[in-house]
Design a protein around this ligand. Sequence first.
Ligand code: ADP
Length: 429
Amino acid sequence: GGSGSASTIKQVKLERESELRIEVGNDAPLRLRLLNGTAEIFGTELPPEIWLNFPPRLKFAVFTWFGATIEMDGATETDYTADETPMVSYVNVHAILDGRRSRAKASSPDDSESSQGPRVIVVGPTDSGKSTLSRMLLSWAAKQGCKPTFVDLDIGQGSITIPGCIAATPIEMPIDPVEGIPLEMPLVYFYGHATPSNNVELYKVLVKELSGMIERQFTGNAESRASGMVINTMGWIEGVGYDLLLHAIRTFKANVVLVLGQEKLCSMLKDVLKTEPKVDVVKLQRSGGVVSRNAKVRQKARSYRIREYFYGLSNDLSPHSNIANFSDLFVYRVGGGPQAPRSALPIGAEPAADPTRVVPVNINRDLLHLVLAVSFAKEPDEIISSNVAGFIYVTDIDIQRKKITYLAPSAGELPSKYLIMGSLTWLET
Ligand code: ADP
């Protein structure tokens, strides 16, 4: 700040079971610290007296169970105190899950049924607080010494990696209120689009792949298995979106379905799942603090997320610009490929594109500004069943010299020459 600017430090006293809801301003970060008492941000306790830096645009709440005084320094878009929150009902859910985890831990790993911890799936419309509730349940569980697996099926606004992916990662510590989920080695499958309607079949196939992989990891890891999963989903709950929710519930064998703020969805799910043994469908209130985001804000958030992958949350990473020959890389897309010729089909049948067909793509200017995934596949026909190592961003295509320039998190050779393209673009700003 310039000289003579007034101090912007402000103290807020919070009564028990209330929260301070904050939207950090668009241009400057906000400093905040816990002066006295105890408080948490989405399930993670604040350290006493240490200033924390929150980046622009972040929306969060500081909640206290027993009362606290908070100090803030900087301008906010909004900040207000609320004493009506659904936190008690959320922590009650946590307590029940915690009991189930303890029982799973105590039973013999040979009993595959009873040694399995709860598999929780959080569903509800967009902006109902699904990601936030998932985060609280994970952080509270980690605080208790459990290592639940976080599965994020939200390809639009996921919190594990860049948009267009479904991913999973074990949570071993309460989630950092500023940094979010640690980006180290998550298990990621690349779908390539920000909405499932681009290729519903592919989305389902990838959900199946991811669940199969976690199932295999659980087999060899009793601790993870007993800690269970928390699965976050997309806000798409009508029509095909509803079918995909059911598909996810069944594929991951979820046994606790938490429905946020939607009576209709809750009763529909209760009805269809009543025939399935031991699935609890629980309706939970949406928090009044959840901030609604319009399409433009969502699009922007996706763009920031991709930026964060390459440059870090506060420009603390330095991605590397690399140049490769067209002949060194093999780009594929999934689905929408050339249709089977009519002559090859039975009389009367209409040719249909196979949504999970892997199609090679010629490298040309169409790839410019696309984000491509680097597959772990060793052969092209393994592309769908393989997770991805990371992403590159195409910054230049030189047709004459047959060279492609791309940004990658680091210098050196890519872990594989097989790249996957979707419709995910980014414009560096
Ligand atoms: P969903 O996953 O259902 O789309 P989110 O959990 O991502 O919704 O919440 C939307 C936004 O609201 C996020 O930016 C989140 O940080 C914010 N938010 C959620 N709960 C609160 C709260 N109690 N106070 C302030 N902001 C909140």
